[in-house]
Design a protein around this ligand. Structure first.
Ligand code: HEM
Length: 394
């Protein structure tokens, strides 16, 4: 029997060209195999839906413990974080805030978030011209997460820069990662100065310090947990909202369908998340040899789980490159799956649904200019999206 050589590619998934539009590269990877060795990154990519989901389910083989980033420096930062641990340590860390972020607990803040979304959209509709990223998409998650975590006011202006740096460092050691490392060192240094009394009483940030005081987690877990919850809820949700605006502006038939039936909002937002995942990839490290289809991957190898590619896998979603709000892809990979599935997804949905609900009630058509893409090693998002005109009702 002859053994076929493992598929490999010299595509650099973290180059400017691919980050600007990764979908042709993903299609090429999916066509070449279930597991493809990335020559430029010295890691394996899983580009197909079925195998990404199976890997996320099997945390014992596809471990987060050695880090979910593609360079040793960030993996050093991730030691002992909720993202960078396996059970049982992971489950203890995750339990600290999981109750506060469960849909039932969030009912308390839902009305406030909806009122803020209404107010924001009202003001922007009056203006008529604005930037959908900085003026609309960034405004709500920044204030919501900041208030929930209860951080001191003066850090607000640094938070978006810190969040951007936190995500880009998950890539291989390229120029973006090097710059990002400087940014996150600054963020960790600042977070390290915080004491329990610096965080608002009753806030999630305070709950982290309370858990440490009660001996539930180590004192040294406070800063990593604060960092995870603060930054994870920013760029992710911001780009999900910005992507929604861009997709609905460029697919007016889908906007009309949504306006005709507001009950489609959850389904429509699932389709936005499937179509353009704000987090395109995280890595895992193999704890044993595996064979995926016919491809052997050795223990210790790094494996990149390409959520953004799995979401466009034709084996899972018919006509995957079309944006169709009636598809309701509840099984998309954008929030991950399994042990590390996004802890804040209920909050992200409340925010995005609130913005969409406020917009469909007022805006008949969104006209946008040329978007500018922001390149980050793992986040897919926009720097700016000028809204040049809104057709409004009445
Ligand atoms: C549309 C918005 C969001 C997207 C696309 C997103 C995406 C993700 C993904 C893909 C993961 C899985 C990481 C892995 O597989 O290793 C994750 C985990 C996580 N997310 Fe989100 N996220 C979003 C919003 C939020 C929000 C609003 C928060 C909190 C305020 C949050 C907090 C977290 C935390 C703490 C984890 C780590 C969970 C764990 O390791 O057990 N996320 N997110």
């Amino acid at each position: 029997m002859t053994i076929a050589p493992a598929p490999h590619t010299d595509i650099d998934l973290f180059s400017d060209t691919v980050l600007t539009d990764p979908y042709p590269a993903y299609a090429a990877l999916r066509a070449s195999g279930a597991a493809v060795y990335l020559d430029k990154t010295d890691a394996w990519a899983l580009p197909r839906y079925e195998h990404i989901r199976a890997a996320l389910h099997d945390w014992e083989t596809f471990s987060s413990d050695a880090g979910v980033g593609l360079n040793d420096v960030v993996n050093g930062f991730l030691v002992g974080t909720v993202l960078g641990t396996d059970p049982p340590q992971h489950d203890t860390l995750r339990s600290v805030l999981s109750e506060q972020l469960a849909p039932r607990a969030l009912r308390k803040v839902k009305d406030d978030i909806e009122a803020s979304a209404d107010k924001l959209v009202d003001a922007l509709v009056t203006r008529g011209e604005f930037d959908a990223v900085t003026d609309l998409a960034a405004a709500l998650p920044l204030s919501v997460v900041f208030d929930l975590i209860g951080l001191p006011e003066h850090a607000r202006e640094d938070m978006l820069r810190w969040a951007d740096g936190t995500f880009t460092v998950f890539g291989p050691m390229n120029e973006r990662t090097e710059k990002g490392l400087g940014v996150i060192q600054e963020m960790f240094a600042w977070l390290g100065t915080l004491r329990a009394e610096d965080l608002k009483p009753g806030s999630m940030g305070r709950a982290i310090f309370d858990a440490a005081a009660a001996g539930k987690i180590g004192q040294d877990s406070c800063v990593p947990l604060l960092a995870a919850y603060t930054t994870a809820g920013m760029d992710t949700t911001i780009n999900a909202i910005a992507n929604s605006i861009q997709l609905f502006a460029t697919h007016p038939d889908q906007w009309d369908a949504l306006r005709a039936n507001p009950d489609f909002i959850p389904s429509a937002f699932n389709e936005v998340l499937r179509y353009d995942a704000p987090v395109q990839a995280f890595a895992r490290k193999l704890t044993r040899d595996v064979t995926i289809d016919d491809t052997h991957i050795p223990s210790g190898a790094q494996v990149v789980l390409l959520y953004g590619s799995g979401n466009r896998d034709e084996r899972q979603y018919p006509d995957p490159d079309s944006f169709d709000i009636q598809r309701n892809p509840v099984d998309h990979l954008t929030f991950g799956y399994g042990t590390h599935t996004c802890a804040g997804q209920a909050l992200a949905k409340i925010e995005a649904h609130a913005i969409l609900r406020a917009l469909i009630a007022r805006v008949r058509r969104i006209h946008v200019g040329e978007p500018a893409r922001h390149l980050n090693n793992v986040i897919r998002g926009l720097e700016s999206l000028p809204v040049v005109h809104l057709d409004i009702d009445g």
